[in-house]
Design a binder for this molecule. Structure first.
Ligand code: NAD
Length: 309
C-alpha cells in the first residue's frame, strides 16, 4: 500500500468500521508522518494503525525515526512487515502498543510470536507486493496457521469479496487484510484511470519481479514490469543497478498521480479478478459484511471428491 495508505483512505476505512492503516514510508520523513497522523485524527475518532515495512530500499529509511514519531503522536496499533523486525517489535511492545506482524511463512510467524507480537497477518502467495520466496497459497498457509499458532491471526492475500472473508474465517482467521480491494475505492488516492484499470483487469494481469534477487514482488503486468522480467532473465542474470530506474518507487508513484498504468511499477494482487466496482469504503464494508453473513448462513452441506490428486 506504498503511496496508497494515506490519511483520507485510512480514516475512511476506520470510519467504516475497519482498522485503517497509514503506510509510514509513503511519507518522506518521520516529521511528515507526524503530520499525516494528525490529519488522520482530524478525519476519524476511531482507532487506526501505522505500517512499517522493512525491505530493501533504494534510500534506506529511518525506520526507528518513523516508529518514534508515530508512538510520540499516540498511535497504539502497528503493523510490521519484512525482514528482521525484532528491534521495532521490542520498541512498540515497550511502549504498550499492539503489534500485528505480516508473514509469508509459518516459521516466521512463530518467531514473531516469540518476539511478543499480538496478532499475525498471514500473507498467501496471491497477495500484491512481496509474497516471500516460498510461493505458498493462502489456503494451505492459513490451515497451517490454524494448527500451529496460538495467537490470533488475520488472513492476507487474495481477499476482495465476501467468499474470501467467509473462507478466511473458516480457516481460523480472526479477520482479513485487504490491499488491492481498498485501492479501488472512492477514498483511495489513486487516479481514476488506475481504479478503472483494476476493475477491467483479471487475475492474469500480474507478474513477479525481483524473483532472481530474492525480493519477489507481485505487481501489475505492464510494459515496465515485463521489461524488468526480461532483463532479469538475460543470460548471466541482472544486478539491481540494471533495473533500478525502472522499478523506482518514485516512478511508480507517478502512475497513481497521472493515471498512466504503463508508466512504472505498481503493486496489484490477483484478486483484481474479483473486483468490478469502485465503492466507498462504507458501502464496501457493508456489502462484504452482509455477503459474509449470508454465505456462512448457507453453509450446510459439503461434498468431497477424490478427483484432485
Ligand atoms: P524503492 O524505490 O526504494 O525501491 C523500489 C523497489 O525496489 C522496492 O520493491 C524495493 O524492495 C526494491 N529494491 C530496492 N533496493 C533493492 C535491492 N538492492 N535489491 C532488490 N530489490 C531492491 O521502494 P519504494 O517503492 O519507495 O517502497 C519503499 C519500501 O516499501 C521498499 O522497501 C518496498 O519494498 C516497500 N514496499 C513494500 C510493499 C509490500 O508489499 N510489502 C509494497 C510496496 C513497497
Amino acid at each position: 500500500m506504498q503511496w496508497v495508505g494515506v490519511p483520507r483512505l485510512a480514516a475512511a476505512v476506520s470510519n467504516a468500521g475497519g482498522l485503517g492503516i497509514l503506510t509510514a514510508l509513503t511519507q518522506p520523513s518521520p516529521a511528515a508522518l507526524r503530520t499525516a497522523i494528525k490529519e488522520t485524527r482530524a478525519m476519524t475518532s476511531k482507532p487506526f494503525g501505522v505500517n512499517i515495512t522493512l525491505l530493501p530500499s533504494i534510500n534506506p529509511p529511518d525506520y526507528a525515526g518513523y516508529a518514534r514519531a508515530a508512538v510520540d503522536e499516540g498511535v497504539t496499533v502497528f503493523e510490521t512487515a519484512g525482514h528482521s523486525p525484532g528491534e521495532l517489535i521490542k520498541f512498540f511492545k515497550a511502549n504498550g502498543c499492539i503489534v500485528i506482524h505480516k508473514c509469508t511463512q509459518i516459521k516466521h510467524a512463530k518467531s514473531a510470536a516469540k518476539l511478543g507480537v499480538d496478532v499475525l497477518s498471514i500473507d498467501g502467495f496471491e497477495c500484491a507486493g512481496h509474497p516471500g520466496e516460498e510461493d505458498i497459497g493462502g489456503l494451505v498457509l492459513l490451515a497451517r496457521a490454524a494448527k500451529e499458532l496460538n495467537i490470533p491471526y488475520i488472513a492476507s492475500g487474495g481477499i476482495a469479496d465476501a467468499r474470501g472473508i467467509a473462507a478466511s474465517l473458516a480457516l481460523g482467521a480472526a479477520g482479513v487484510n485487504m490491499g488491492t480491494r481498498f485501492m479501488c475505492t472512492v477514498e483511495s488516492p489513486l487516479h481514476q484511470n488506475i481504479k478503472e484499470k483494476i476493475v477491467a483487469s483479471t487475475e492474469q494481469d500480474t507478474v513477479h519481479i525481483f524473483r532472481t534477487m530474492r525480493n519477489t514482488a507481485r505487481v501489475f503486468k505492464n510494459k515496465v514490469s515485463m521489461e524488468v522480467v526480461a532483463i532479469e532473465r538475460r543470460p548471466g542474470g541482472a544486478k539491481f543497478e540494471d533495473i533500478r530506474e525502472l522499478v523506482s518507487g518514485q516512478r511508480g508513484r507517478l502512475v497513481y498521480e497521472n493515471g498512466d498504468p504503463d508508466y512504472g511499477i505498481w503493486s496489484a494482487g490477483i484478486c483484481m479478478g474479483l473486483i468490478d466496482d469502485i465503492p466507498t469504503c462504507e458501502d464496501l464494508l457493508r456489502t462484504l459484511e452482509r455477503g459474509t453473513e449470508e454465505i456462512i448462513g448457507n453453509l450446510n452441506s459439503v461434498v468431497v471428491t477424490n478427483s484432485k490428486l
